[in-house]
Ligand binder design. Sequence first.
Ligand code: HEC
Ligand code: HEC
Length: 459
Amino acid sequence: MFHKFYCFLIILSAIAFPIAADAGIGPDQEDLKERLGGAIYRDLTLSINENMACMTCHHPSAGFADPKNRIFPEWFPVSQGSIPTLYGGRNAPMSAYAGFSPIFHYDQTNSVFTGGLFWDGRASGRPDYTATGTLGSGPTGDPLADQAKGPPGNPVEMGLTFENTELTTEAAVVGIIERSSYAKLFKKVFGQDAFADVKVAYNNASLALAAFERSSAVTKFNSKFDKFVKEQGGDVSSFGVITITIQDETFRKYVGPPKHFKSRYFSYDEADGLAIFNADSYTQRNLKQDPDNENGGQCYRCHLTQNHVVAKNDPNIPTNGPRPGTYNPLLTDFTFDNLGIPVNPQIAKLAGPQSTDNGLGAQTELLKYACPGCDPKLELGKFKVSSLRNISRTAPYGHNGYFATMYDIVHFYNTRDTGKGIWPDPEVSDNVNKVEMGNLGLTLKQELKVVKFLNTLDD
Ligand code: HEC
Ligand code: HEC
């Protein structure tokens, strides 16, 4: 039995992490770096009880989020630590596609904070800024690598913290890597004296993790949705809608999939779900609705369905970030919003009493740094707009996992402000977005079609 299981594991990991193809002259430095990052990503010994790797909470079977949360979304909205009695306070997002997030900055054109990683953007990637709590090895200049520096030393995650001793998290991690089976690979990528300076080595390990997470083994772009985008000529941002003007306002009117709609990839309902996702709502915007006009979900406003462009020489794209070019939609605009999600009482049951989670608004130091003139109070309760890729596998939903199913969160967007009293009050009542959501006027059938569309986004 053991034998069979072992074979199964090998096959599974080979599918999950194909090693870059050898192009005849051997893998290049970038391939090696990705391979190294994969080895670190899977290393269980990088935790206090040698039972937890990055992959434990960001596993391919759960769309690179936490498989245990996926299976028991009501009971385990948050991840268990290496020390099994400890739990975190937020839902684990996927580690895939995260590498597109720009460096945290204030977007002057749209007057909004943008980018960074974690639900509150605190892994900023700013080369000029060392956040409170950042390990001593200093910024990496990449949000994804800054992020990767956190989990090993987080007591409720990998738990490599050593109170009252000289040992630091960085030294422990670098020591483990130096004694690992992939130490040679580390030297091949970062040079023969790669372990000489602990701080440099720690940052390099994080950069290798980032390279792996950006690689096609993790960030795949091979969902049914991606195939549909290609089939539709490479752009679905206006699929099923037309832009009109009502009462002097621009409005994306739902028209639905074209007559005689045919696709090799999408069913009619999935395509209709995309049309609803792409359309505005009369009800939400208090506009006069003809009886035959259907509302839309307005989802595209934050979860962008237009292709993602990485411009050349964009100062907010880290140098080791995605190559300039056009990518299929990422379904996020990297900004922050307060959806008015209620407290999830299950978190306190697992992790103990929780203080109010103010999200981006609690990152006052970072906010002041990125925009000295801005008022951090205007960011209270805001969390990063999620990419919806792999969404059907990453239950539960929202930063605190309040919603166990995709249907629940869609129903919340649709009915939060309808006064029917089914939703408890928001955890943070400041800055709740009431303009774009809360009373969409979607029918039950439409809600279900949106969910069908969300199901097409899995790699
Ligand atoms: C115990 C579970 C756990 C482990 C282990 C873990 N993570 Fe996470 N990860 C989380 C949680 C929870 C968050 C969200 C925390 C927050 O936003 O404050 C997160 C956030 C992230 C994000 C940010 C995604 C986004 O969209 O903002 C990335 C990327 C990531 N983790 C990668 C990693 C890597 C790389 C490792 C290993 C070095 C790792 N994680 C280890 C639970 C875990
Ligand atoms: C005003 C911007 C905005 C609009 C419009 C919007 N969303 Fe979101 N969405 C967000 C933000 C911000 C989050 C994360 C919020 C949090 O967890 O506190 C999110 C989270 C989600 C999640 C959970 C993601 C996860 O990984 O847990 C789903 C699913 C989702 N949105 C679907 C939709 C759908 C479907 C629509 C249209 C009916 C929609 N959104 C409209 C901003 C928006």
